[in-house]
Design a protein around this ligand. Structure first.
Ligand SMILES: Cc1ncc(C[n+]2csc(CCOP(=O)(O)OP(=O)(O)O)c2C)c(N)n1
Length: 631
């Protein structure tokens, strides 16, 4: 029987002897690679923490003790060791286990995450609760070097360092965020841990001293003490020690002979301790080691070669946005792109190649990204923030306080707007319309297709104030692109079809589905007006007023939360207009967190397909007609 199959919980792991761990890790890696090659997922980070996870579960008393995993996309081994081996093949799929920690999934998952940089703060909360409740368990936070670029991690570290309570932070340093890590702290860790200078210093001093006859050995002993001092200068300890942590490391995170005794000792130490562990992303799978960026969050791939299975389809929305930005950047030297550790995801690598000094990766620092852009805009630059919708949530106040109140021309290219599939709850970009549209000065738009996207991006680039263009994940519709992006007029919607029975007002990716639903309704003899709203703000009030006047009922549809989004904006407008006798329905996502699953399946579940829109529109129309007959 394989070693892994003997493990139903960490208690079973403790029955193994540490010299069996390398074999266990091999089995864990094989299983992870097998499953993730079929369903996609965060392969590289997971392969990098197999030994660390085994060591933690071996030494801790789980679930009494707590591990808080920052971001938690590196928890596949943790899942395999905590009773989820049998379900592991369902990971990231509809109805299956999550690719992240989920308290509702297991008692071993202490805290949910999906966004980076929350781990230390949450863990400090666990530590304080333990003290308040007079308990004695251990709290360990595993945080990546990428997450160290996040302000929150630093806020958490400086707070816990000052509190002085027993707490272990494990810095999992693989020198990578998704792409190569950025920033001064990363450079500092790098400089010191590769330690060329430090290693050479030690070796040379040691040889020099040994060579001195008679006194050599004793001077060397003295020198060893000096070496400890030198460590403080050359190794990263200094930074963390100044923050109030005892620093231990760096150690090899794949070598149990280093990991187990060091970790065992660290767990006994009093006060805040930081253990610096060096790991390799993708370890055990050559293609992932060679290309950790693609394998950070990969789609399904061929097990033998690591080649992606997915065939290229229509260009992605992200690539069309990037192309438009490049065109404008060639003409306007003030255009700059800012990314928060998502250069590849937002497909801005081409922009980076052409304008290496005009693409700035600030690390996992969304708040800083926004205020930094505001500073640029205040000096008449044209900054464009390319960010996933879900991560922009973190910068809500910066958008209001630093951008919108000053009416600064910062453009937000909001990628992954709407449902994003397998990453699930923490990653769906469904709140953006709602959290942006109530900000005075803000323009919020979403294109019906990639051609409209390029015109919207162009409109944003020349608009004199804050603008958000929100587009979906994945392939575009495959419509032809006009040769030149022409700025759309702000606030101008598009009437796609006239009709007298039902009006469907759709925004973004829902427009094409609304058109299909309208076709079906027409087959039933229903006369349907279809509006491509284009703008959540400012609404095209004249167009909506005109359409609303001529129909018996109206439906809005968006791939976003119903509360406070596009539909709400239309309802507010209709109420302003005292349009009291127009039956209206808002289609969108309900007031709960949407689960993981393929985009199409989720759209079907939440009625955001052509058929879903048709069903709702037909039902509303039939009810209205019945009422009219009965009157
Ligand atoms: C707030 C936020 N911004 C961006 C991301 C996208 N993201 C996921 S993992 C990751 C890199 C994390 O690097 P690190 O903390 O070093 O962990 P590793 O994956 O290397 O273990 C990024 C940028 C995110 N999850 N959360």
């Amino acid at each position: 029987m394989s070693l892994l199959k003997r493990i139903e919980s960490p208690t079973d792991l403790k029955k193994l002897s540490p010299d069996q761990f390398p074999e266990l890790c091999q089995e864990v890696r094989e299983l992870i690679i097998d499953v993730i090659s079929g369903v996609g997922g965060h392969l590289a980070s997971n392969l990098g923490v197999v030994e660390l996870t085994v060591a933690l579960h071996y030494l801790l008393d789980m679930p009494h003790d707590k591990i808080i995993w920052d971001t938690s996309n590196q928890t596949y081994t943790h899942k395999l060791l905590t009773g989820r081996r049998e379900q592991f093949h369902t990971i990231r799929q509809f109805g299956g286990i999550s690719g992240f920690c989920k308290r509702e999934e297991s008692v071993y998952d202490a805290f949910n995450a999906g966004h980076a940089g929350t781990g230390v703060s949450a863990a400090v909360g666990f530590v304080e609760a333990r003290e308040q409740l007079a308990r004695s368990h251990k709290v360990v936070c595993v945080v990546g070097d990428g997450a160290l670029t996040s302000g929150m991690t630093l806020e958490g570290l400086q707070h816990s360092g000052d509190m002085g309570r027993d707490f272990v932070v494990i810095l999992n340093d693989n020198q990578m965020s998704i792409s190569r890590n950025v920033g001064a702290i990363s450079a500092y860790l790098n400089r010191t841990f590769t330690g060329e200078f430090y290693t050479r210093f030690c070796e040379e001093t040691s040889h020099l001293l040994e060579a001195i006859p008679q006194i050599g050995a004793s001077v060397k002993r003295m020198a060893m003490r000096a070496e400890e001092l030198a460590k403080g200068l050359f190794l990263p300890g200094l930074l963390f020690e100044e923050l109030g942590f005892r620093y231990v490391g760096p150690i090899d995170g794949h070598n149990f002979e280093h990991l187990l005794p060091t970790l065992e000792n660290v767990l006994k130490l009093k006060g805040p301790t930081l253990l610096h562990v060096i790991t390799k992303k993708g370890l055990g799978f050559e293609p992932a080691m060679n290309n950790p960026v693609w394998f950070h969050a990969c789609s399904p791939f061929k097990r033998e070669t690591g080649q992606p299975v997915k065939k290229p389809g229509h260009p992605s929305y992200s690539s069309v946005a990037a192309r438009t930005l490049i065109r404008q950047a060639r003409k306007d030297p003030r255009v700059m792109v800012i990314t928060a550790a998502m250069c590849e995801g937002t497909e801005m690598t081409e922009f980076q190649k052409e304008f290496p000094t005009r693409l700035i990766d600030v690390g996992i620092a969304e708040q800083h990204a926004v205020t930094y852009a505001a500073g640029l805009a205040a000096e008449n630059m044209r900054p464009v923030i390319c960010m996933y919708s879900t991560f922009l949530q973190r910068a809500y106040d910066q958008i209001i306080h630093d951008v919108a109140t000053q009416n600064l021309p910062v453009m937000f290219c909001i990628d992954r707007g709407g449902l994003v599939a397998e990453d699930g709850t923490t990653h769906h970009g469904v709140f953006d319309f709602a959290f942006l549209r109530h900000m005075p000065n803000m323009v919020v738009m979403a294109p019906k297709d990639e051609n409209e996207l390029q015109h919207m991006v162009q409109a944003g680039l020349v608009h004199d104030g804050p603008v958000a263009v929100r587009y979906p994940r994945g392939s575009s519709l495959g419509v032809p692109l006009d040769s030149e992006p022409i700025p759309l007029e702000i606030g101008q919607g598009e009437l796609l079809a006239e009709g007298q029975d039902v009006a469907i007002l759709a925004i973004g990716a829902m427009v094409s589905r609304a058109m299909q639903a309208a076709e079906k309704l027409r087959d039933d003899g229903v006369s349907v007006a279809v509006v491509n709203a284009r703008f959540v703000k400012p609404l095209d009030k004249d167009l909506i007023r005109e359409v609303a006047k001529n129909v018996k009922c109206l439906i809005t549809v968006e791939e976003g939360c119903r509360m406070g989004g596009f539909g709400s904006a239309v309802l507010e407008f209709l109420s302003e207009e005292e349009c009291w006798d127009l039956p209206t329905k808002v289609l969108g996502l309900p007031d709960w967190y949407i689960e993981q699953g393929p985009q199409d399946l989720l759209r079907e579940k939440y009625g955001l397909t052509a058929d879903g829109i048709y069903d709702q529109a037909k039902a509303l129309h039939d009810r209205v007609s019945l009422k009219t007959i009965l009157r």
